[in-house]
Design a protein around this ligand. Sequence first.
Ligand code: PSU
Ligand code: MN
Length: 313
Amino acid sequence: MIGVTNFHIRFGTEVADALRDGRPVVALESTIVSHGLPRPDNLRVAREIEATVRDAGAVPATIGMVGGELVVGLDDAQLTRLATVDGVAKLSVRDLAVAAATGADGATTVAATSAVAAAAGIGVFATGGLGGVHREASQTFDESADLTTLARTPIAVVCAGVKSILDVGATLERLETLGVGVVGYRTRRFPGFYLTDGGFDLDWSVDAPETVADVLAARAQHGVHTGALVVANPLPVDEQLDPALHDRTLTEGLALLERDGVTGKAVTPYLLAHFHSATEGASLAVNVRIILRNADLAARIAVASAARAAARA
Ligand code: PSU
Ligand code: MN
């Protein structure tokens, strides 16, 4: 058990060895796999994400819960189980203990994955898009626990901003209030997941993985900012979802959401599934590109951080 003080985590062997030796590790979430991507593509994509991390020189640590056991570094059989079995729960931080005590299978969200990764001593995490403030939040209070968790979790999260199904401006305001750092990767515009530009400016931009490693090192040396750093990595314009198709699909999806009375944690998977079917796979291809690009950048950041730590030792 490595770096764990207050709960039991099972480590994949490769991840345990890498952490012990100070080699670069990238945390990956499993909610994307179980709830964010349609079968059967989800399992193939989960493996591709891990391969992308490896190709860039880091060890992938996909996190999830299997039969009540919290695993950092799922093996292929465990990953297959979470991708293919029915009834895998969507686990935020508050669900982890109940799921463990009842022996559940569960996929961890950005919130739960980042919290577990940080507890396990992993400093970099790649996902698609963060959860955030939903469009009806002023009535429903639906704001993802991703935000409040990132406020207290020291990790770098590489993502393509927040999902465009959310209120992007309100989410940025909440990230500011909560003290979550946000830097654009080679951009000063906050990306909107399927869309390159989410419509809002950023204060900071970094141009290289080494600079992100410098930021993380400075943060650790200060010991003052104890929350997360969001590294917002936009898709190139020619790879984004056609904005007109995006807007149409979103309007439709929000109406269906209301018609079907979908609320709470079912909202995000419902809207993502609507996008994937209504765009006949176009949004799926974009979603996959986003995740693979983020996995690659996260691995480069982890490599730069490990090199920095080795140079100082
Ligand atoms: N990004 C994706 N696909 C996803 C998610 C993010 O590309 O499925 C998931 C993440 O796990 C995130 C969750 O934490 O959606 C947010 O759900 P909610 O809005 O219910 O907090
Ligand atoms: Mn929610």
